[in-house]
Write a protein that binds this ligand. Sequence first.
Ligand code: SF4
Length: 403
Amino acid sequence: MEFKIAIGPQFEGERIRKDDLFIEFGGPKVKAKAELATIKKMDEVEHGKIEIIGPDIKDLAEGGSYPLGLIVEVAGTELDPDMEPVFERRIHQYCNYIEGFVHMAQRNDIWLRISKDAVKQGLTSLDEIGKVLIYLYTSELPIIERVAVTFITDAQKVENFLPSALDVYKARDERVRGLTEEAVDEFYGCTLCQSFAPTHVCIVTPERVSLCGAISWFDGRAASKIDPYGPQFVVEKGELLDTEKIVYSGVNEVVAERSMGTNDTFCLHSLFDHPHTSCGCFESIAFYIPEVDGIGILPRDFEGASVIGIPFSTMAGELSGGKQVEGYVGMGVEYLRSPKFLQGDGGLRRVVWMPKKVKERVKDSIPPEIFDKIATEEDVNDVDALAEFLARVEHPVMAGEFS
Ligand code: SF4
């Protein structure tokens, strides 16, 4: 199969700087964006079909940021619905195989950048990206027999598509709730982001969704069955070494091996002691605020500065790249719903600030006695005001509950 542009794993990890950028789809400047992989019946997928609804790359003004809905429909006699999120995450991997094309983040946070060089070499149509995706899905995952790809770039149509994608993400997230780490024999690991963060390993448990928020424990299980030698794999739990911060010997062994010895201990539910590493795809950040001895939550789509005066992009630079950075951890927003959320540090009782949108999303998981004590951007916009707010509402951090 021949393409106008070069493809291969050697291009994963490529960056496209502002000066080299032709256009981008999604990202922080664009409200409506989402990607979705769906499994269909064999007769519902016309193999090889690529549809572009709205303007194509060549029709868009250089330097612009545009909405995008990216839908990958797959079919195969042995596919089951558990596999959808796994196939969806492969959009990230396969797009990054394309020279001069970078895919970041996931779900309704996607950010895709096309370089000027790629356009010069012939990447003037989304059709070319569709062809690469179809080729890679069927050659790398033989279980997939048919693939069709749709790109929606018409702004109104992306807006129309977004709610249906959000419903699918929500249903997937709800599925794993109630399952505990104690109830399963194995966890799952993912190293798909090592192209950007070579020492990063995601450990996915029933009570700790992946950093990108796109891989749950069920998805890890499905992925490891589809492709046992692929980026998602089984992690035997081993012995429970710490019941507070949750340290398992099997997790430590896998982390040591897959991070090439850089890290040898993961406290699965702590921000302060050997926290989970962070790649660059995390949906949100949990960060320590020493002035009040509390924890803040900053999601990728939050506009402007957090309560400590630092925006997401700057903070993300501090903790990304596969490092363990005490006081910071990248996380899926869904992790806030986990009964084990940072349990080694005080859990949700220690959270002092999060944007209103996140607070609303996880409302039913926040203990009622703490809900009104967590400040949002509507209550405070700096640390001094936060301290006053916490004192006024008698937040547990002010009573020294965690010191
Ligand atoms: S954030 Fe983690 S689970 Fe998600 S793709 Fe990257 S390594 Fe895999």
